[in-house]
Design a binder for this molecule. Structure first.
Ligand code: MG
Length: 259
């Protein structure tokens, strides 16, 4: 199923993306399916009439994996680390499809990084790779927006990766997806910049969940960004960036000046 979160009159609402006589619709749910299960209100809204939001606001953290594709590690000027390289983005960085990425005044080199994201479905720690599937709620598309100059000058990546709006997620969560070999494409103003496949992930998702959960408890709604393929590059104010993952969908955002 495809779980969407969308703007309501007051609070965000949740629904399942479906089809009503050829018209894409959202079947509205009574609550957040991460916590409340699947219970329909009976209301259906055409998808074109809703404003999609980030499909999840991570309960506590976005855990990201650096250099998890060999070709990207090479373009960054090195080899991929033997063990997964972890860093965090704050949940305040998350925005949804169509929302603006703010270009911070502190940077002159803001990059896109298209990535497959994993949404955790239940509280867990010390998960074995063979049990990892049990703690996955679903998958979505992410853009690990990065101030590359600050990443280099700071040493630590918290600021460079953690600006408000630097973690677009969406357009929805797909819960039934074989992620072993999915194409990932990033376009900038319609021009293809990244073209990779999740088949080339060095550390696979079950191993990542085991590695992360051996260090920190994961909560429902936490998100893991699995790394970006080669082809990262700069975005300028006014650019439109889209990340598409096969079988999942397209996440599009525009870069805007904060002022
Ligand atoms: Mg990344």
């Amino acid at each position: 199923m495809r779980v969407a979160r969308f703007a309501g009159d007051d609070d965000p609402r949740f629904g399942l993306i479906g089809d009503d006589g050829g018209v894409p619709t959202v079947a509205v749910l009574k609550g957040d399916p991460l916590y409340a299960g699947i219970e329909f209100t009976g209301e259906k809204i055409p998808l074109d009439d809703v404003r999609l939001l980030a499909p999840v606001i991570p309960r506590s953290k976005v855990v990201c994996i650096g250099k998890n594709y060999a070709a990207h590690a090479a373009e960054m000027g090195g080899e991929a680390p033997a063990e997964p390289l972890l860093f965090l983005k704050p949940n305040t960085a998350v925005i949804g499809p169509g929302e603006p990425i703010f270009y911070p005044s502190q940077s002159e080199d803001v990059h896109f990084e298209g990535e497959l994201a994993v949404v955790i479905g239940r509280i867990c720690r010390d998960v074995s790779p063979t049990d990892a599937a049990k703690v996955i709620f679903g998958y979505t598309v992410a853009n690990d927006v990065t101030a590359r100059d600050l990443q280099r000058s700071d040493g630590q990546w918290a600021r460079a990766k953690g600006f408000d709006t630097f973690c677009p997620l969406g357009p929805w969560i797909e819960t039934d997806l074989d992620v072993d070999d999915l194409s990932i494409t990033t376009t900038l103003n319609g021009e293809t910049k990244q073209q990779g496949s999740t088949a080339d992930l060095i550390h696979k998702i079950p191993d990542l969940i085991a590695y992360i959960s051996a260090a920190m408890t994961l909560l429902p709604g936490d998100v893991i960004l699995t790394g970006t393929p080669e082809g990262v590059g700069p975005m300028e104010v006014g650019d439109e960036v889209s990340v598409t993952i096969e079988g999942l969908g397209t996440l599009t955002n525009r870069v805007v000046d904060r002022d």
